[in-house]
Design a protein around this ligand. Sequence first.
Ligand SMILES: *[C@@H]1O[C@H](CO)[C@@H](O)[C@H](O)[C@H]1NC(C)=O
Length: 141
Amino acid sequence: WCSDSGASYFLKLLSVPGFGLQIQCYQCEEFQLNNDCSSPEFIVNCTVNVQDMCQKEVMEKSFGIMYRKSCASSAACLIASAGYQSFCSPGKVNSVCISCCNTPLCNGPRPKKRGNSGVKLRAHMITTVLLLKLSLLFFYH
Ligand SMILES: *[C@@H]1O[C@H](CO)[C@@H](O)[C@H](O)[C@H]1NC(C)=O
């Protein structure tokens, strides 16, 4: 009965309220010019268990960048994304890129690049300590 209880445990997990897959995405179904619709008024609730991804479409034109965003089923989004892969060349006019992601609001603004200054600082400190030790060795010999 071991595997059976495993299965029923899994079913219980699925029926726990809130476990049903619902994510929120930014949504602007009409193309927006130079507005990546990443402000709160564009947030929508996606259809539970159906729309499990956020989709983002970025089209670069000579007059600006156009954005379209929505909730999507993973199948639809991944197919669209794959289909547009050959048209996607960021930074070039007429590039069209479709991307999919599956965490809440993941089609929003690009996450701010967090500098790796912490890592650099530590590496720098280690180097400094090593140099200090080396110089001490030299001095006390
Ligand atoms: C999304 O759902 C939450 C809770 O289920 C609700 O509070 C919120 O108002 C909904 N947002 C929209 C934009 O429908």
